[in-house]
Ligand binder design. Structure first.
Ligand code: AMP
Length: 522
């Protein structure tokens, strides 16, 4: 192994920060070099191999001219390369920028223009998504050149010094304006992965963590470091369909997994249909969107293991509120807690605030969830206005989610203040869709809202007012959006109206559009 001297891992620290992701990797590589750290298809990578490979990636990036703070983008589906790259970037002081391969070429180009990575690694099968990228950068074809590029570099740890608040990950969200916003996640932010893994979700060196969520989300790449932080094994799957996930659980004797409700539903459907449930699972973690109590009851019955609910966001570096297994008793004295997402982690402060007044609401009343901890993002990349609108001067992060607290401090999510749709675990901001439909020559006005969907939880519906004398079919509008947006963002239904309902100041009354849908009058 290249790096022989390993700093010992000391428990606790002044500000409750855990150990940095890089220190944890070095530690496990020194202590159990041959233990399998990553499994993917027929590949098994040891801690030593990941440590060596990430050293090589760091040195290759440095040789490429990558300076501390430079971004390195990745356009690929889940594979161990994401982890070679994030640890490699961390060791080189660079910032990894995973790109969402479900987006359109136009959306990818906007993100690349915003983040301006110096190097971009891409899978050959996804190259057409780079058609509209004009930013100058070094491109590395993963399938052709990556291994040679990496292995030509030294496996010596570059041992660069970085500050805990240096960014190491840049994850893009669209945000309410429809413009891409890069969430800067720091070494300090990710150091809480180890604490979450050990203290909240019972990960250990014996754990086998199944990572089914895409690695361009915090629920994929961040969650995927849980077992890794404890010296356990991480299993990556390329797709989150029920068969692939169940097969991987069985093959690798998975003990842990995080899934969004849409995937939980598919897993439960399959478990009930085939009755062939892997018996190795110890902990299923669900969250990212609201999940119905009926589905939760079915999941508990089908898997018979411990469950934890997880609430968090990219801007909080992942989960900050969680409902533990002991609160999952369907008929216990506190069965109502199953409708909550739990209590904040001990290292997270929580306040339920009146978003307009900036004051705490009275006990039991609904207000906006504000959180403060070392997990709050550094800020949005080169976007001080958006950062100031989200993080208060004294460090509270406004989530945009509406919730109330019970007397025991459990958080019950009620609604969202922000205009966002969660469909199959992906966030969609209506403004993005509205901006695109506004460019259609027949469209005068448009408003998009989320409507319930049995499979995806929610799906976008567009309410459209046409210009006088214009006609257009739903199919034509659908094709128009599909050519410009990720397919999961495209409205699944269109409703033509003579005018949009607006208040006195001209703001579209989206709750009225939602009510129209609920009454079935559309
Ligand atoms: P993301 O940044 O993609 O992780 O999305 C974060 C948003 O997803 C939150 O602000 C919530 O609106 C929603 N969300 C996350 N976890 C939950 C949950 N457990 N229940 C309901 N909504 C959730």
């Amino acid at each position: 192994m290249a790096n022989a001297i390993v700093p010992p891992l000391m428990p606790g620290s002044e500000d409750e920060m855990g150990h940095s992701l890089v220190d944890l990797l070095r530690h496990h590589a020194a202590r159990s070099p041959q233990a399998i750290c990553l499994a993917y298809e027929d590949e098994a990578i040891s801690f030593q191999a990941l440590d060596d490979r990430s050293n090589k990636v760091a040195n290759a990036l440095i040789a490429q001219g990558v300076q501390p703070g430079d971004r390195v983008a990745l356009l690929d589906m889940s594979s161990p390369l994401s982890y070679e790259l994030i640890y490699g970037c961390a060791k080189a002081g660079a910032i990894m920028m995973p790109l969402n391969w479900r987006l359109s070429a136009r959306e990818i180009a906007a993100i690349v223009a915003n983040g301006r990575p110096r190097v971009l690694l891409y899978a050959a099968s996804l190259v057409s998504l780079l058609d509209e990228v004009t930013t100058p950068l070094v491109r590395i074809n993963i399938d052709q050149d990556y291994a040679t590029w990496r292995d030509a570099a030294s496996a010596q740890d570059p041992c660069l010094v970085y500050a805990p608040d240096d960014a190491v990950l840049l994850l893009y969200t669209s945000g309410t304006t429809g413009q891409p916003k890069g969430v800067m996640i720091s070494h300090r932010n990710l150091s809480f992965v180890g604490r979450t893994a050990a203290e909240a979700w019972s990960f250990s060196a014996a754990s086998v963590n199944l990572v089914a969520m895409p690695l361009f989300h915090i629920g994929g790449i961040g969650y995927g470091m849980m077992a890794l932080s404890q010296g356990g094994k991480t299993v990556l799957v390329r797709q989150a369909d029920a068969k692939t996930v169940m097969d991987a659980m069985r093959r690798h004797h998975a003990t842990h997994g995080f899934f969004v409700p849409t995937v939980i539903q598919q897993l439960v459907d399959r478990a009930e249909e085939c009755g062939d449930v892997p018996d190795s699972m110890e902990r299923m973690i669900y969250g990212g969107a609201a999940m119905s109590p009926t589905l939760l009851a079915r999941a508990l019955a089908a898997f018979g293991c411990s469950f934890s609910h997880a609430y968090g966001m990219t801007e909080t570096s992942g989960t900050v509120i969680s409902l533990p297994p002991e609160d999952h008793a369907l008929d216990g004295p506190h069965a109502e807690r199953l409708r909550s997402c739990g209590r904040p982690f001990p290292w997270v402060e929580l306040a339920i605030m009146d978003p307009a007044q900036g004051q705490r609401v009275a006990s039991g009343e609904v207000g906006e969830i504000w959180v403060r901890s070392g997990m709050n993002m550094r800020g949005y990349w080169e976007n001080p206005q958006a950062t100031a609108a989200t993080i208060t001067p004294d460090g509270w992060l406004r989530t945009g989610d509406a919730a109330c607290l019970d007397a025991d401090g459990y958080v019950y999510i009620r609604d969202r203040y922000k205009d966002m749709i969660v469909s199959g675990g992906e966030n969609i901001y209506p403004t993005e869709i509205e901006n695109v439909l506004h460019t259609h020559q027949a469209v005068k006005e448009v408003a998009v809202v989320g409507v319930p969907h049995p499979r995806w939880g929610e799906t976008p519906r567009a309410f459209v007012v046409l210009k006088p004398g214009e006609t257009v079919t739903d199919t034509a509008l659908r094709e128009f959006t599909r050519a410009r947006l990720a397919h999961y963002k495209c409205p699944t239904s269109f409703v033509m109206l003579a005018a949009l309902p607006r208040n006195a100041s001209g703001k579209v009354l989206k709750h009225e559009l939602r009510a129209l849908q609920a009454e079935g009058t559309t």
